[in-house]
Design a protein around this ligand. Structure first.
Ligand code: PLP
Length: 394
């Protein structure tokens, strides 16, 4: 064996493509004066009592390891919060694991559940991590493509068409990154029936459930009869309390799965960071008012929606949830990847090209994250308008 053989990268890692949003973000960070609309990372601070709780934990030396599944007090708080949402009791000792962000919760769930050869249905456009992790584990992602002309709505019929004897899992993400689409209860009911008739599991990533606008709400598939036993719920603090850097999330799943995930946690990160866990307990307490977060993003959503739709050649459909907009750029005459890199170089605005989230069907779209302050968002909109004008004048 020579040195290249010894340092050969494992196939399970080599098959993972670098993340396109990160690639645009990295390029943007090498240029001056860029307005970066790539990452879903809110610029708001968490509520002040949450920040104080994290500082207090550090100053009091609460900085050691916790149980692999997370602090019991935090799991109790998560269970109480979930019970309000789901309508049934969740056992904090057996059915919850606290993780390093929702990202680790979904990784650990897939790592624990999937066997090589299993098929996993993912609705596109999708959060890129799902397909990457599924592939890395030797399982096969099978994509159900939701269409722009249907407002990116998933149907149970489209899922049914893709079922095979190898289907193990369906990943649902509602509200959805990158489209903001919410799966209506009627569709969830049909999917729940299908899951029980055809025997597959569901991973429901509900990380954007706190960012639904205009007084609307979203049902969890776990709350439907017969689904708790075959589902994993993923959620976390990042979007709801603007705590992305605290890296705190969780999974709720049947005890058999949680115990295995907890066993693996020891071999991955041991536990989520303890000061973040104390901040999480505070975040879920009645003392916390996070209503300013949704209010602020709803306002920015309006600024972005009106701004984009006033630029000739661009179309933004209503955004019911999340802090992302899929903007139709077909009027520019460019395909999304070209559009994104030219817009970045020429007017210093960074966004992500649609095909990054599921391929060519989305070549007429870019994703904009409106996680910037209103003043910056308005400057970005002016620059995007200038870019569109300059394309027309060429
Ligand atoms: N799930 C979805 C759909 C996301 O968009 C993200 C982050 O952007 C995550 C999970 C990860 O969230 P966390 O910061 O809790 O790891």
């Amino acid at each position: 064996m020579n040195i290249n053989d010894i340092m050969q990268i494992a196939q399970r890692v080599e098959c993972v493509a670098p993340s396109p949003p990160r690639a645009v973000f990295d390029l943007a960070s090498t240029l001056d004066d860029v307005i970066d609309l790539t990452l879903g990372d809110p610029d708001l601070p968490p509520p002040v009592n949450v920040r104080e709780a994290a500082c207090r934990a550090i100053m009091e030396g609460k900085t050691r390891y916790s149980a692999n599944a997370g602090l019991k007090e935090l799991r109790r708080a998560i269970a109480a919060d979930a019970e309000r949402q789901l309508g049934f009791a969740v056992d904090p000792d057996r059915e919850i694991i606290v993780t390093v962000g929702a990202m680790e919760a979904s990784f650990l769930s897939l790592y624990t559940l999937l066997q090589p050869g299993d098929e996993v249905i993912i609705h596109a456009p999708y959060w890129i991590n799902y397909s990457q992790v599924v592939r890395s584990l030797g399982a096969t992602p099978v994509f159900v493509y939701t269409k722009p002309e249907d407002d990116f709505q998933l149907t149970a019929e489209a899922v049914e068409e893709l079922l095979s004897p190898k289907t193990r899992l369906l990943i649902l993400n509602s509200p959805n990154n990158p489209t903001g689409a919410i799966i209506p209860e009627s569709t969830l009911r049909r999917i729940a029936d299908l899951a029980q008739e055809r025997n597959f599991a569901v991973l429901s990533d509900e990380i954007y459930e706190s960012l639904i606008y205009d007084g609307k709400s979203c049902k969890s598939i776990l709350s439907l009869p017969g689904m708790k036993e075959r589902s994993i719920l993923i959620n976390g603090m990042s979007k709801r309390f603007a705590m992305t850097g605290y890296r705190l999330g969780w999974a709720i799943a049947p005890a058999k799965l949680i115990s295995q995930m907890t066993k693996m946690q020891e071999n991955i990160v041991a536990c989520a960071p303890l000061p973040a866990q104390y901040a999480g307990i505070e975040a879920l307490s009645p003392r916390t008012d996070n209503s300013f977060i949704r209010k602020e993003f709803q306002h920015r959503r309006d600024v972005l929606f009106n701004g984009i739709n006033s630029i000739p050649g661009l179309i933004c459909k209503p955004i019911p949830a999340t802090f992302y907009a899929m903007v139709d750029i077909s009027g520019s005459g460019l395909e999304a990847e070209d559009f994104v890199y030219r817009m970045l170089r020429e007017v210093k605005v960074a966004a992500v090209f649609g095909p990054a989230y599921g391929g060519e069907l989305y070549k007429d779209f870019i994703r904009i994250a409106f996680t910037m302050k209103e003043e910056r968002l308005k400057i970005a909109l002016e620059r995007i308008g200038d870019f569109m004008t300059s394309l027309k004048n060429r």
